[in-house]
Design a protein around this ligand. Structure first.
Ligand SMILES: [Zn+2]
Ligand SMILES: [Zn+2]
Length: 320
């Protein structure tokens, strides 16, 4: 019965409907909690900077962009709802409270980027979020959301038909899903969001996202090998948030993993080439693969590769 009630809104907004591993904790760097929060209307908060590594200091990848009363969440790694709740409390951003988490954009379907989907779909619903969760992502995201609802069918049934007062948001667990193959996916009230196809090994679809807000333009790479599309979409953007792995530590990885990382991810040398040609006004590293180095080491590698502009290695709950 419940299964039949699931409504997934599948829309393709693209033209013609085109149609990871060992790292060191970094608990000390809190300098990222900068004054930018006071001056930018388009706020950028790292909810999670992690990778598949179970680093207790780094939740799974999730980035929040907040404009006025709207929060947009890019990727939902493990821990996303609790990190958002902490940002809501500690950074005084009520838009990141659970009841306001209703706009999600997924870069690709790797588990480290999507394990928080059931969390962000269901936890805020249980906490009386009045709205559906809107989920934008690549082909396959509709099936993923559908299967999540099916997986939690017993829970959903008890919460609706048990003793919990649920009249105000009975169907709040139902996701509204937008599948895209790239292009404009959001354009409302002065905020434009575009999905930018990037190269991530043999994934058919993997996106960066470009967010054009009222005062800043931000590009978030997602997982990517060097991609010309990021150069083209950034094109002088205010902030380029880009993944990176340690080139210095790369030779310590087993040969098959070196092959993998070369095809799926970005070294500091490659990143500097991308960011320079993209004319990024500021470069923020995230989804860092340290393999034994640390933030200072990664910063040094990026500097040695020739990046002279503003640069930070992101930490969870840092604002940039
Ligand atoms: Zn990843
Ligand atoms: Zn990935």
């Amino acid at each position: 019965m419940l299964i039949r009630s699931i409504t997934l809104t599948l829309v393709c907004l693209s033209t013609a409907c085109l149609s990871e591993e060992t790292e060191e904790p970094n608990p000390s760097n809190t300098s990222a909690l900068s004054a930018t929060s006071e001056t930018n209307q388009t706020r950028l908060v790292m909810l999670g900077t992690g990778t598949p590594n179970a680093d207790p200091e780094r939740s799974g990848p999730a980035v929040a962009v907040v404009v006025d009363d709207r929060a947009f969440i890019f990727d939902t790694g493990p821990g996303v709802v609790r990190r958002a709740s902490k940002a809501s409390r500690d950074l005084a951003i009520p838009e990141l409270g659970p009841e306001n988490l209703k706009n999600v954009f997924i870069t690709h379907l790797h588990s480290d980027h999507t394990l928080g989907l059931p969390d962000i779909l269901l936890s805020p619903w249980v906490l009386d979020r009045p709205d559906h969760l809107r989920v934008v992502g690549p082909p396959g995201i509709g099936d993923m959301m559908n299967y999540i609802v099916l997986a939690y069918q017993a829970d959903i049934d008890r919460r609706i038909n048990g003793l919990e007062p649920r009249d105000a948001n009975r169907d709040g667990y139902m996701p509204d899903v937008i599948e895209t193959e790239g292009g404009l996916v959001y354009d409302e009230d002065g905020v434009r969001i575009e999905a930018i196809p990037v190269i991530h090994g043999d994934w058919l679809f993997s996106f960066a996202y470009k967010i054009t807000g009222p005062d800043r333009t931000i590009v978030i790479s997602g997982d990517t090998a060097p991609s010309q599309s990021i150069v083209d979409s950034c094109n002088g953007c205010d902030v380029l948030v880009h993944e990176v792995y340690s080139g210095e530590r790369f030779p310590t990885r087993p040969t098959p993993w070196q092959t993998y990382h070369s095809a799926f991810h970005t070294s500091p040398t490659e990143l500097v080439d991308i960011a320079t040609r993209a004319k990024a006004k500021k470069l923020v590293l995230y989804h860092q693969l340290y393999w034994g180095t640390d933030d200072a080491g990664l910063i040094a590698e990026v500097r040695a590769a020739g990046w002279e502009g503003p640069l930070e290695s992101a930490v969870d709950l840092g604002e940039y």
